[in-house]
Design a protein around this ligand. Structure first.
Ligand SMILES: Cc1cc2nc3c(=O)[nH]c(=O)nc-3n(C[C@H](O)[C@H](O)[C@H](O)COP(=O)(O)O)c2cc1C
Length: 379
């Protein structure tokens, strides 16, 4: 934890020294091979963004049933490890550092995508439809996980974390945010269990805590981050007791020595932000959700969060559209805006590796425009 509000000051993170406090937030871009193996194009994309203090690579699924959407990445076979290795090598050669986000979708999944019936804490389907290789399909009722499934999934996360290190990552981020499996255990409307994994607050936080603990035991707590999104209703989540769940989770995990806690939609005016900050002894990564994507807007949001006790600032779409975001912010240069929003979650090089850095020529409109997040497909 530090008191600096300088985005460009270096920071210690576990065994790493970050050259600045800007973190690239995990961004699912659906450019992997059908089996989840990363491609050479992905190595180019991440290497372009290596000046981030830390890159948190997009969600990778730790087992087959955890797959959310088509062409997302995975980390449960030797082939996945080899594919990721070319990405981490390219980023390291470009001077960067990377964690990998581990995400199990739970009920955010479909047999048309994974070939398997999704699993979840309770048989409560995602409202509405979900995107599959055959287009949007009605969500299916997930199978309720047995205690044996829960233990197996915890072990899958730990194995995936080991594979991530084998693939050259510096660490992993456990995804307990945005309505995916771990968040489904935290939330009252998706967790109707009455065994030791549901019911009381202590029981609802247990699965997330056990995953974090198992991953920390496997690769060392200083190489493990945890992402949460208090109050986020994406993917049909209604947590109930948001003000209590996260302080309880922080209390349970605070002594573990994790590398960081990462808050999505971090709001320094929200009481829960302050309760989490007060209870979390380690590094706090804050991801504001920007209505306007401009240097001044980022600086203002970052200053408020750093003043309120955040240590690092995570940004998603600004890094998506600006491979040299750190330089642009340093110089006060205009930012590229996100183009062709449908290419955020599908496609090849267009809308992916063709966002220009300063000096690349290809001028873009420099005026800030409002960019809203896609609803159902935000990972
Ligand atoms: C294209 C896209 C993909 C995303 N993929 C992920 C993901 O894989 N994991 C995750 O935790 N959040 C994901 N998110 C959420 C972002 O990490 C981030 O929280 C969100 O974009 C808000 O930050 P921003 O205003 O800086 O973009 C995604 C968002 C976008 C726009």
């Amino acid at each position: 934890m530090s008191q600096t509000t300088d985005l460009f000051a270096s920071a210690a993170l576990g065994p790493l020294t970050l050259p600045n406090r800007l973190v690239m937030a995990p961004l699912t871009r659906n450019r992997a091979e059908a089996d989840g193996t990363p491609t050479p194009l992905m190595a180019t994309y991440y290497a372009q963004r290596a000046s981030a203090g830390l890159i948190i690579a997009e969600a990778a699924t730790p087992n087959a049933v955890g797959q959310t959407y088509p062409d997302i990445t995975a980390i449960h076979t030797p082939r996945h490890v080899a594919g990721w290795r070319q990405v981490t090598d390219a980023v390291r050669d470009a001077g960067g550092r990377m964690f990998l986000q581990l995400q199990h979708g739970g009920r955010v999944g479909h047999p048309a995508t994974s070939g398997l019936t999704p699993v979840a804490p309770s048989p409560v389907p995602l409202p509405g439809t979900i995107f599959t290789p055959d287009g949007h399909r009605p969500a299916v009722v997930p199978r309720e996980m047995t205690v044996e499934d829960i233990r197996g999934t915890v072990a899958d996360f730990a194995r995936a974390a080991r594979r991530a290190l084998d693939a050259g990552f510096e660490g992993v981020e456990v995804h307990s945010a945005n309505g995916h499996l771990l968040h489904q255990f935290l939330a009252a409307n998706t967790n109707r269990r009455t065994d030791g994994y549901g019911g009381s607050l202590t029981a609802r936080i247990r699965f997330t805590a056990e995953v974090a603990e198992a991953v920390a035991a496997e690769i060392g707590a200083e190489r493990v981050g945890l992402r949460v999104s208090p109050g986020n209703t994406v993917n049909g989540i209604a947590e109930g007791e948001t003000e209590e769940i996260y302080p309880a989770l922080v209390e349970r995990l605070g002594g573990l020595g994790l590398a960081y806690l990462h808050l999505v939609f971090a709001d320094p005016d929200a009481p829960v932000f302050h309760r989490i900050r007060a209870g979390w002894p380690g590094t706090l990564v804050a991801n504001p959700v920007l209505q306007e994507m401009s240097g001044p807007a980022i600086e203002e949001a970052s200053a408020r969060l750093l003043n309120a006790g955040a240590d690092l600032i995570a940004l998603g779409r600004p890094f998506l559209a600006n491979p040299d975001l750190v330089t642009r912010l340093r110089l006060g240069a205009p930012l590229n805006q996100v183009r062709e929003r449908y290419l955020m979650y599908v496609g090849g090089a267009t809308g992916y590796t063709d966002y220009p850095a300063l000096g690349d020529g290809a001028a873009q409109p420099s005026s800030a425009s409002s960019v809203a997040l896609d609803g159902p497909r935000v990972a």
